[in-house]
Design a protein around this ligand. Structure first.
Ligand SMILES: NC(=O)c1ccc[n+]([C@@H]2O[C@H](COP(=O)([O-])OP(=O)(O)OC[C@H]3O[C@@H](n4cnc5c(N)ncnc54)[C@H](OP(=O)(O)O)[C@@H]3O)[C@@H](O)[C@H]2O)c1
Length: 335
Protein backbone atom coordinates (compact mmCIF):
# COMPACT_ATOMS: atom_id res chain seq x y z
CA UNK A 1 0.00 0.00 0.00
CA UNK A 2 1.05 3.63 -0.47
CA UNK A 3 1.78 5.71 2.59
CA UNK A 4 3.30 9.12 3.38
CA UNK A 5 6.01 9.16 6.05
CA UNK A 6 8.57 11.41 7.71
CA UNK A 7 11.61 10.62 9.88
CA UNK A 8 12.27 14.10 11.13
CA UNK A 9 10.25 17.27 11.70
CA UNK A 10 10.85 20.08 9.21
CA UNK A 11 9.37 21.79 6.15
CA UNK A 12 6.59 19.39 5.06
CA UNK A 13 7.49 19.65 1.37
CA UNK A 14 11.04 18.53 2.21
CA UNK A 15 10.61 15.85 4.90
CA UNK A 16 7.53 13.96 3.64
CA UNK A 17 8.04 10.98 1.32
CA UNK A 18 5.72 8.48 -0.35
CA UNK A 19 6.54 4.80 0.30
CA UNK A 20 5.21 1.35 -0.50
CA UNK A 21 4.59 -0.60 2.70
CA UNK A 22 2.89 -3.90 3.52
CA UNK A 23 -0.83 -3.61 4.29
CA UNK A 24 -1.78 -3.88 8.00
CA UNK A 25 -2.23 -7.43 9.35
CA UNK A 26 -5.72 -8.89 9.93
CA UNK A 27 -7.47 -6.86 12.66
CA UNK A 28 -7.24 -8.07 16.27
CA UNK A 29 -10.34 -8.25 18.47
CA UNK A 30 -12.02 -4.84 18.74
CA UNK A 31 -10.28 -3.52 15.61
CA UNK A 32 -11.08 -2.87 11.95
CA UNK A 33 -8.91 -2.50 8.89
CA UNK A 34 -10.24 0.37 6.78
CA UNK A 35 -9.37 1.16 3.15
CA UNK A 36 -9.10 4.95 3.40
CA UNK A 37 -10.69 6.85 0.51
CA UNK A 38 -10.22 10.44 1.72
CA UNK A 39 -8.47 12.27 4.54
CA UNK A 40 -8.25 16.02 5.22
CA UNK A 41 -5.05 18.00 5.54
CA UNK A 42 -5.65 19.95 8.73
CA UNK A 43 -3.33 22.82 9.74
CA UNK A 44 -2.62 20.69 12.84
CA UNK A 45 -1.35 17.81 10.65
CA UNK A 46 1.23 20.14 9.10
CA UNK A 47 2.13 21.57 12.52
CA UNK A 48 2.84 17.99 13.68
CA UNK A 49 5.17 17.44 10.71
CA UNK A 50 6.89 20.81 11.06
CA UNK A 51 7.17 21.13 14.86
CA UNK A 52 6.72 24.21 17.02
CA UNK A 53 7.98 27.36 15.23
CA UNK A 54 11.38 28.22 16.66
CA UNK A 55 11.35 25.07 18.82
CA UNK A 56 13.52 21.94 18.56
CA UNK A 57 12.73 19.63 15.64
CA UNK A 58 12.32 16.00 16.62
CA UNK A 59 13.85 12.99 14.84
CA UNK A 60 12.08 9.63 15.04
CA UNK A 61 13.66 6.17 15.19
CA UNK A 62 10.65 4.73 13.30
CA UNK A 63 8.97 6.76 10.58
CA UNK A 64 5.73 8.61 11.39
CA UNK A 65 2.65 8.81 9.19
CA UNK A 66 0.67 12.08 9.40
CA UNK A 67 -3.10 12.38 9.73
CA UNK A 68 -5.61 11.55 12.45
CA UNK A 69 -8.93 11.73 10.58
CA UNK A 70 -10.40 10.18 7.46
CA UNK A 71 -13.13 8.08 5.90
CA UNK A 72 -13.16 4.84 4.02
CA UNK A 73 -14.65 1.41 3.60
CA UNK A 74 -14.19 -1.41 6.11
CA UNK A 75 -12.01 -4.16 4.64
CA UNK A 76 -11.93 -6.53 7.62
CA UNK A 77 -13.50 -6.69 11.08
CA UNK A 78 -11.83 -8.25 14.13
CA UNK A 79 -13.64 -10.33 16.75
CA UNK A 80 -16.13 -8.82 19.18
CA UNK A 81 -17.37 -6.09 16.83
CA UNK A 82 -20.96 -7.15 16.12
CA UNK A 83 -22.29 -3.85 14.75
CA UNK A 84 -19.83 -3.17 11.89
CA UNK A 85 -19.29 -5.19 8.69
CA UNK A 86 -16.93 -5.26 5.69
CA UNK A 87 -17.98 -2.88 2.91
CA UNK A 88 -19.54 -0.36 5.34
CA UNK A 89 -18.46 3.30 5.11
CA UNK A 90 -16.95 4.74 8.29
CA UNK A 91 -15.30 7.96 9.42
CA UNK A 92 -12.61 7.79 12.10
CA UNK A 93 -10.85 10.05 14.61
CA UNK A 94 -8.41 10.10 16.38
CA UNK A 95 -6.46 7.44 14.47
CA UNK A 96 -2.80 8.23 13.77
CA UNK A 97 -1.54 7.33 10.30
CA UNK A 98 -4.52 8.39 8.16
CA UNK A 99 -2.22 9.40 5.26
CA UNK A 100 -2.02 5.71 4.24
CA UNK A 101 -4.15 3.59 1.95
CA UNK A 102 -5.13 1.30 4.84
CA UNK A 103 -5.33 1.94 8.59
CA UNK A 104 -6.11 -0.18 11.61
CA UNK A 105 -8.91 1.52 13.53
CA UNK A 106 -10.13 0.73 17.06
CA UNK A 107 -13.79 -0.15 16.45
CA UNK A 108 -15.00 2.34 19.08
CA UNK A 109 -13.41 5.19 17.09
CA UNK A 110 -15.18 4.27 13.83
CA UNK A 111 -18.38 6.16 13.09
CA UNK A 112 -20.79 4.77 10.45
CA UNK A 113 -21.31 7.39 7.73
CA UNK A 114 -25.02 8.24 7.32
CA UNK A 115 -26.35 7.34 3.83
CA UNK A 116 -27.05 10.96 2.92
CA UNK A 117 -23.47 12.10 3.61
CA UNK A 118 -21.00 12.13 0.69
CA UNK A 119 -17.53 10.60 0.98
CA UNK A 120 -16.04 14.11 0.89
CA UNK A 121 -18.17 15.44 3.74
CA UNK A 122 -17.55 12.23 5.69
CA UNK A 123 -13.78 12.80 5.47
CA UNK A 124 -14.34 16.04 7.43
CA UNK A 125 -17.17 14.87 9.56
CA UNK A 126 -15.46 14.65 12.94
CA UNK A 127 -12.52 16.98 13.69
CA UNK A 128 -14.13 20.29 12.74
CA UNK A 129 -17.50 19.78 14.50
CA UNK A 130 -15.74 18.33 17.57
CA UNK A 131 -13.43 21.36 17.59
CA UNK A 132 -16.51 23.60 17.40
CA UNK A 133 -17.97 21.88 20.48
CA UNK A 134 -14.62 22.24 22.30
CA UNK A 135 -14.54 25.96 21.49
CA UNK A 136 -18.18 26.56 22.46
CA UNK A 137 -17.52 24.89 25.82
CA UNK A 138 -14.45 27.07 26.36
CA UNK A 139 -16.47 30.21 25.47
CA UNK A 140 -19.25 29.18 27.83
CA UNK A 141 -16.71 28.67 30.66
CA UNK A 142 -15.17 32.06 29.95
CA UNK A 143 -18.57 33.76 29.98
CA UNK A 144 -19.69 31.99 33.13
CA UNK A 145 -19.14 34.93 35.44
CA UNK A 146 -19.61 37.73 32.89
CA UNK A 147 -21.23 37.37 29.44
CA UNK A 148 -20.30 39.69 26.60
CA UNK A 149 -19.15 39.99 22.99
CA UNK A 150 -16.95 37.33 21.41
CA UNK A 151 -14.38 38.19 18.74
CA UNK A 152 -12.92 35.44 16.56
CA UNK A 153 -9.87 35.57 14.29
CA UNK A 154 -9.42 33.62 11.01
CA UNK A 155 -13.20 33.78 10.75
CA UNK A 156 -13.15 32.60 7.12
CA UNK A 157 -11.63 29.24 8.10
CA UNK A 158 -13.69 26.05 8.06
CA UNK A 159 -13.82 26.18 11.87
CA UNK A 160 -14.58 29.92 11.84
CA UNK A 161 -17.65 29.36 9.64
CA UNK A 162 -18.92 26.68 12.03
CA UNK A 163 -18.46 29.15 14.90
CA UNK A 164 -20.43 31.80 12.95
CA UNK A 165 -23.32 29.40 12.31
CA UNK A 166 -23.36 28.40 16.00
CA UNK A 167 -23.25 32.06 17.11
CA UNK A 168 -26.26 32.91 14.95
CA UNK A 169 -28.13 29.85 16.22
CA UNK A 170 -27.37 30.45 19.92
CA UNK A 171 -27.49 34.26 19.92
CA UNK A 172 -23.79 34.68 20.76
CA UNK A 173 -22.75 38.29 19.96
CA UNK A 174 -19.89 37.42 17.60
CA UNK A 175 -17.55 39.79 15.75
CA UNK A 176 -15.58 38.18 12.92
CA UNK A 177 -12.00 39.16 12.08
CA UNK A 178 -10.25 38.23 8.81
CA UNK A 179 -6.94 39.39 7.39
CA UNK A 180 -8.04 40.84 4.01
CA UNK A 181 -10.70 43.10 2.53
CA UNK A 182 -11.66 40.37 0.03
CA UNK A 183 -12.02 37.84 2.83
CA UNK A 184 -14.22 40.30 4.74
CA UNK A 185 -16.45 40.91 1.72
CA UNK A 186 -16.93 37.17 1.13
CA UNK A 187 -17.76 36.52 4.78
CA UNK A 188 -20.20 39.47 5.01
CA UNK A 189 -22.10 37.96 2.05
CA UNK A 190 -22.18 34.56 3.77
CA UNK A 191 -23.13 35.92 7.24
CA UNK A 192 -24.86 39.30 6.78
CA UNK A 193 -26.07 39.12 10.39
CA UNK A 194 -22.54 39.26 11.84
CA UNK A 195 -20.08 42.19 11.81
CA UNK A 196 -16.94 41.25 9.86
CA UNK A 197 -13.80 43.37 10.05
CA UNK A 198 -10.54 43.12 8.13
CA UNK A 199 -7.31 43.56 10.10
CA UNK A 200 -5.89 45.07 6.89
CA UNK A 201 -7.96 48.24 7.64
CA UNK A 202 -5.88 50.85 9.48
CA UNK A 203 -8.73 51.46 11.94
CA UNK A 204 -9.68 47.81 12.56
CA UNK A 205 -9.22 48.11 16.34
CA UNK A 206 -11.68 51.02 16.47
CA UNK A 207 -14.12 49.07 14.29
CA UNK A 208 -13.95 46.16 16.76
CA UNK A 209 -14.46 48.54 19.68
CA UNK A 210 -17.57 49.94 17.93
CA UNK A 211 -18.88 46.47 17.05
CA UNK A 212 -18.68 45.48 20.73
CA UNK A 213 -20.69 48.56 21.73
CA UNK A 214 -17.58 50.20 23.18
CA UNK A 215 -17.28 47.50 25.88
CA UNK A 216 -14.48 45.46 24.36
CA UNK A 217 -14.67 41.71 23.95
CA UNK A 218 -15.41 39.35 26.81
CA UNK A 219 -13.79 36.54 24.85
CA UNK A 220 -11.37 36.42 21.94
CA UNK A 221 -11.27 33.08 20.14
CA UNK A 222 -7.93 33.04 18.37
CA UNK A 223 -6.38 30.74 15.76
CA UNK A 224 -3.67 33.19 14.63
CA UNK A 225 -1.50 33.97 17.67
CA UNK A 226 2.11 35.07 17.13
CA UNK A 227 2.60 38.81 16.91
CA UNK A 228 -1.19 39.42 16.79
CA UNK A 229 -1.65 38.18 20.38
CA UNK A 230 -0.87 41.53 21.99
CA UNK A 231 -3.40 43.33 19.78
CA UNK A 232 -6.02 40.72 20.61
CA UNK A 233 -5.47 41.04 24.36
CA UNK A 234 -5.93 44.79 23.82
CA UNK A 235 -9.44 44.13 22.43
CA UNK A 236 -10.55 42.44 25.66
CA UNK A 237 -12.63 44.13 28.34
CA UNK A 238 -11.05 43.91 31.80
CA UNK A 239 -11.63 40.41 33.18
CA UNK A 240 -11.88 38.98 29.64
CA UNK A 241 -10.44 35.72 28.27
CA UNK A 242 -8.22 35.02 25.28
CA UNK A 243 -8.76 31.45 24.08
CA UNK A 244 -5.96 30.30 21.82
CA UNK A 245 -6.53 27.24 19.64
CA UNK A 246 -4.25 27.62 16.62
CA UNK A 247 -1.07 29.21 15.40
CA UNK A 248 -1.60 30.35 11.84
CA UNK A 249 0.41 33.55 12.31
CA UNK A 250 4.11 34.18 12.78
CA UNK A 251 6.19 35.97 15.39
CA UNK A 252 5.61 35.82 19.12
CA UNK A 253 4.32 37.94 22.01
CA UNK A 254 5.87 37.86 25.50
CA UNK A 255 3.33 36.93 28.18
CA UNK A 256 4.59 39.81 30.33
CA UNK A 257 3.45 42.33 27.70
CA UNK A 258 -0.24 41.37 28.04
CA UNK A 259 -1.13 43.24 31.28
CA UNK A 260 -2.72 40.06 32.60
CA UNK A 261 -2.49 41.09 36.26
CA UNK A 262 -3.71 44.71 36.27
CA UNK A 263 -6.54 43.90 33.84
CA UNK A 264 -7.38 40.47 35.35
CA UNK A 265 -7.20 38.84 31.94
CA UNK A 266 -7.13 35.08 31.37
CA UNK A 267 -5.24 33.32 28.57
CA UNK A 268 -6.10 29.69 27.97
CA UNK A 269 -5.68 27.03 25.30
CA UNK A 270 -8.40 24.82 23.83
CA UNK A 271 -7.60 21.61 21.99
CA UNK A 272 -9.42 18.70 20.47
CA UNK A 273 -6.42 16.72 21.72
CA UNK A 274 -8.27 16.61 25.08
CA UNK A 275 -11.46 15.21 23.52
CA UNK A 276 -10.60 11.61 24.45
CA UNK A 277 -10.76 12.63 28.13
CA UNK A 278 -14.54 12.99 27.79
CA UNK A 279 -16.61 10.00 28.90
CA UNK A 280 -17.71 7.45 26.26
CA UNK A 281 -21.30 8.73 26.63
CA UNK A 282 -20.23 12.34 26.13
CA UNK A 283 -18.15 11.36 23.11
CA UNK A 284 -21.08 9.43 21.63
CA UNK A 285 -23.25 12.56 21.96
CA UNK A 286 -20.57 14.71 20.34
CA UNK A 287 -20.18 12.26 17.46
CA UNK A 288 -23.92 12.13 16.80
CA UNK A 289 -23.96 15.95 16.74
CA UNK A 290 -21.19 15.79 14.10
CA UNK A 291 -23.01 13.19 11.99
CA UNK A 292 -26.30 15.12 12.16
CA UNK A 293 -24.52 18.32 11.11
CA UNK A 294 -22.90 16.56 8.14
CA UNK A 295 -26.32 15.30 7.07
CA UNK A 296 -28.22 18.54 7.55
CA UNK A 297 -25.63 21.15 6.49
CA UNK A 298 -23.25 19.71 3.85
CA UNK A 299 -22.23 23.28 2.87
CA UNK A 300 -20.36 23.49 6.21
CA UNK A 301 -18.11 20.63 5.07
CA UNK A 302 -16.69 22.47 2.10
CA UNK A 303 -13.85 20.80 0.20
CA UNK A 304 -11.36 23.16 -1.45
CA UNK A 305 -9.93 20.38 -3.67
CA UNK A 306 -8.99 16.71 -3.65
CA UNK A 307 -5.53 15.42 -4.62
CA UNK A 308 -4.35 11.85 -4.98
CA UNK A 309 -2.06 10.76 -2.13
CA UNK A 310 0.88 10.84 -4.56
CA UNK A 311 0.28 14.57 -5.12
CA UNK A 312 0.67 15.43 -1.43
CA UNK A 313 3.17 18.24 -2.16
CA UNK A 314 0.69 20.02 -4.49
CA UNK A 315 -2.05 19.47 -1.91
CA UNK A 316 0.07 21.07 0.84
CA UNK A 317 0.77 24.06 -1.43
CA UNK A 318 -2.99 24.44 -1.86
CA UNK A 319 -3.57 24.32 1.92
CA UNK A 320 -1.27 27.33 2.28
CA UNK A 321 -2.82 29.36 -0.55
CA UNK A 322 -4.26 32.65 0.79
CA UNK A 323 -8.00 32.96 0.18
CA UNK A 324 -8.55 29.19 -0.01
CA UNK A 325 -12.09 28.29 1.03
CA UNK A 326 -12.70 24.87 2.55
CA UNK A 327 -10.44 21.93 3.37
CA UNK A 328 -8.02 20.14 1.06
CA UNK A 329 -8.39 16.35 0.88
CA UNK A 330 -5.90 13.61 0.01
CA UNK A 331 -7.72 10.82 -1.80
CA UNK A 332 -6.95 7.23 -2.76
CA UNK A 333 -8.88 4.87 -5.03
CA UNK A 334 -11.63 2.51 -3.85
CA UNK A 335 -9.86 -0.52 -5.31
N1 LIG B 1 -7.01 23.40 18.83
C1 LIG B 1 -7.61 22.47 18.12
O1 LIG B 1 -7.98 21.41 18.64
C2 LIG B 1 -7.86 22.70 16.67
C3 LIG B 1 -8.59 21.76 15.91
C4 LIG B 1 -8.83 22.03 14.56
C5 LIG B 1 -8.34 23.20 14.00
N2 LIG B 1 -7.62 24.05 14.79
C6 LIG B 1 -7.09 25.30 14.27
O2 LIG B 1 -8.16 26.03 13.71
C7 LIG B 1 -7.63 26.93 12.75
C8 LIG B 1 -8.50 26.89 11.52
O3 LIG B 1 -8.39 25.58 10.95
P1 LIG B 1 -9.22 25.26 9.62
O4 LIG B 1 -8.92 23.87 9.23
O5 LIG B 1 -10.62 25.68 9.81
O6 LIG B 1 -8.49 26.26 8.62
P2 LIG B 1 -8.74 26.54 7.07
O7 LIG B 1 -10.12 26.16 6.66
O8 LIG B 1 -7.59 25.93 6.35
O9 LIG B 1 -8.65 28.12 6.97
C9 LIG B 1 -7.51 28.82 7.32
C10 LIG B 1 -7.94 30.27 7.50
O10 LIG B 1 -6.94 30.94 8.23
C11 LIG B 1 -6.70 32.18 7.64
N3 LIG B 1 -5.28 32.49 7.88
C12 LIG B 1 -4.21 31.78 7.49
N4 LIG B 1 -3.07 32.37 7.91
C13 LIG B 1 -3.45 33.49 8.58
C14 LIG B 1 -2.75 34.52 9.23
N5 LIG B 1 -1.42 34.52 9.28
N6 LIG B 1 -3.47 35.53 9.79
C15 LIG B 1 -4.81 35.53 9.74
N7 LIG B 1 -5.53 34.58 9.13
C16 LIG B 1 -4.86 33.57 8.56
C17 LIG B 1 -7.02 32.02 6.18
O11 LIG B 1 -7.39 33.28 5.71
P3 LIG B 1 -7.37 33.76 4.15
O12 LIG B 1 -8.74 33.43 3.64
O13 LIG B 1 -7.09 35.19 4.26
O14 LIG B 1 -6.29 32.96 3.48
C18 LIG B 1 -8.17 31.02 6.22
O15 LIG B 1 -9.40 31.69 6.35
C19 LIG B 1 -6.18 26.50 12.53
O16 LIG B 1 -5.32 27.34 13.29
C20 LIG B 1 -6.13 25.12 13.12
O17 LIG B 1 -4.85 24.74 13.57
C21 LIG B 1 -7.38 23.83 16.10
Amino acid sequence: MRTITYHQQGDAARVLRMHEQPEPPAPAAGQLVVRVLARPIHPGDLAGVEGVPGGPRQRFATPRIPGVEGMGVIKAVGGGVPDLRPGQRVAFFPVPGAWSEFVTVPADLAVPVPDGVSDKSAALMLVNPLTLLTLLRAVEDAQHSQAGPVVQTAAGSSIGKLVSVAALKHGIPLVNLVRSATGAQTLRQRFPGLPTISTADADWRTQVQDATGGRGAQVVLDAVGGSLTGELAGLLADGGTLITYGQLGSGSTPLESLALTPRALTVRGASIGRWMTRTPEERAEDVSFAARLAESAPDLFEVAAGYDLADFAKAIDHVRRPGKSGTVLLTSPAS
